[in-house]
Design a protein around this ligand. Structure first.
Ligand code: FES
Length: 114
């Protein structure tokens, strides 16, 4: 469940402890945002003031990153057109298109074949 800190994040702090952070650009629901290289998508959303990134299937209640360690699944988002991505476990990359996940997940061909 736990992952080692990424090399990119490790290098985000210089030897004297001062930050030397590279900014990464991405979009959330079409809005341009920036965050630190090495951040997860969830951290990037939170630092940009995005508290909700999905809606529940039944009541459309808004949910956002909660546990930040891959347990609660309240951080599901669509990234570059692929749904059900856990934002807290996905490293942010330059140019990512992150979108709110609305409602039930699409399980693709498996659901349509039945
Ligand atoms: S915030 Fe809980 S699984 Fe991502």
């Amino acid at each position: 469940m736990f992952r080692p800190i990424s090399d990119e994040l490790r290098q985000a702090t210089s030897h004297d402890g001062s930050p030397s952070v590279r900014a990464v650009g991405f979009t959330f629901d079409g809005r341009r945002m920036t965050a630190r290289a090495g951040d997860t998508v969830a951290a990037a959303l939170l630092v940009n003031g995005v508290a909700a990134c999905r809606e529940t299937p039944v009541s459309a209640a808004r949910r956002g990153p909660y546990c930040l360690m891959g347990v609660c699944f309240d951080c599901l988002v669509v990234i570059d057109g692929v749904g059900n991505r856990q934002a807290c476990l996905t490293p942010l990359r330059e140019g990512m298109a992150v979108e709110t996940q609305h409602g039930a997940r699409d399980i693709g061909a498996l659901e349509r074949d039945e």
